[in-house]
Design a protein around this ligand. Structure first.
Ligand code: IPM
Ligand code: MG
Length: 357
């Protein structure tokens, strides 16, 4: 099969981890007889430097013309001072929105080989961590009206509207239930319905959709309690579905309890098969250019792309197995290093995984 992939290396460690994902994809292409065409997209801080804006129109068009988008990371302190409309993050939000990618899947699964790296007590880790966070991605407070006004007394006031319509909740809820059907058939819907109207609507719509899935157990949990339950008893979760900002916050927490944020991939999808795939970590400017980063989150994102956008489940599985085998062989990058393991650079980790594909 021939597929065009819009590749966004981005900023910081982005180019390094993307290079490793491409290395692994090329190995898959050779082994299974596919052709992947990479269309390089300049977006994020590097695009601000080059074009004066983080998402030039022709770059967005490359994404829209592709079969799928693979992204490293965008942003960094260098661009902290730029206008909010052209910030590196605006590129990410712009692509998510323009491609209609409303459901963001972030698996948090403990690799047994990395149990030592989890900050949780061994007794908690021993119960297993394998949850799928389904985050609504193009609504809520991220995309509601933003205003900063100066009051008569000279004081400034800022507001961000958290807004959801029923159809926005319904479609992501459906993704959560469909996902649960292929897993342990349990959905936990996270909200703040004791305070927020948008959450009360969220809860009502999720319950309505739940009726169509009698085989899936559905319950609600308040977001503050969820933050606690994730460290106290993470094994209780199968599929977790939540609105955009809650999902942003909880997915960092969920990933960290598995040992390293550097391991976690994500997929963002809308109605069609074209998605965007990226590790959930950021651009890590502190270690950029040093060949230190963990490329596994990006490599597993490429695997998700093969599975969800290109209908290549076997190839995806091959990559996941190669990652697992590499960890079994005792190889680690600095972020999840533990005693007795062999420390690898970013590119060496890519080599080891590619070799095992
Ligand atoms: C994420 C990131 C982004 C988000 C930032 C970079 C805009 O934190 O993908 O989780 O908040 O969605
Ligand atoms: Mg985040």
């Amino acid at each position: 099969m021939k597929k065009t992939i819009a590749v966004i290396p981005g900023d910081g460690i982005g180019p390094e981890i993307i290079a490793e994902a491409r290395k692994v994809l090329e190995k898959v292409a050779a082994k299974y007889g596919h052709t992947f065409v990479y269309d390089e997209v300049i977006a994020g801080g590097c695009a601000i430097d080059q074009f004066g804006t983080s998402l030039p129109k022709e770059m967005l068009e490359k994404c829209l013309a592709s079969d799928s988008v693979l992204l490293g990371a965008v942003g960094g302190p260098k661009w902290d001072g730029v206008a909010k409309e052209i910030r590196p993050e605006a590129a990410l939000l712009g692509i998510r929105s323009a491609l209609g990618l409303y459901s963001n899947l972030r698996p948090a699964r403990l690799f047994p080989q990395l149990a030592d790296a989890s900050p949780l007590k061994p007794s908690i880790v021993a119960q297993g961590i394998d949850l799928m966070m389904v985050r609504e991605l193009i609504g809520g407070v991220y995309f509601g009206e933003k205003r900063t006004v100066t009051l008569e007394n000279g004081e400034r006031r800022a507001s961000d509207e958290m807004v959801y319509s029923e159809h926005e909740i319904e479609r992501v809820a459906r993704v959560a239930f469909e996902t649960a059907r292929k897993r342990r058939k349990k959905v936990t819907s996270i909200d703040k319905a004791n305070v927020l109207d948008s959450s009360r609507l969220w809860r009502a719509v999720v319950h309505r959709v739940a009726e169509e899935y009698p085989d899936v157990e559905c319950s609600d949990m308040l977001v503050d309690n969820t933050a606690m339950q994730l460290v106290k008893n993470p094994s209780q979760f199968d599929v977790v579905v939540t609105e955009n900002m809650f999902g942003d916050i909880l997915s960092d927490e969920a990933s960290m309890i598995t040992g390293s944020i550097g391991m976690i991939p994500s997929s963002s999808l809308g109605e069609g098969t074209r998605g965007m795939y990226e590790p959930i970590h950021g651009s890590a400017p502190d270690i950029a250019g040093q060949n230190l980063a963990n490329p596994i989150g990006t490599i597993l994102s490429a695997a998700m792309m093969l599975k969800y956008s290109f209908d290549m489940p076997e190839e995806a599985e091959r990559i996941e197995q190669a990652v697992s085998d590499t960890l079994d062989a005792g190889f680690r990058t600095a972020d999840c290093m533990s005693e007795g393991m062999t420390r690898l650079s970013c590119s060496e980790m890519g080599d080891q995984i590619a070799k095992r594909v």
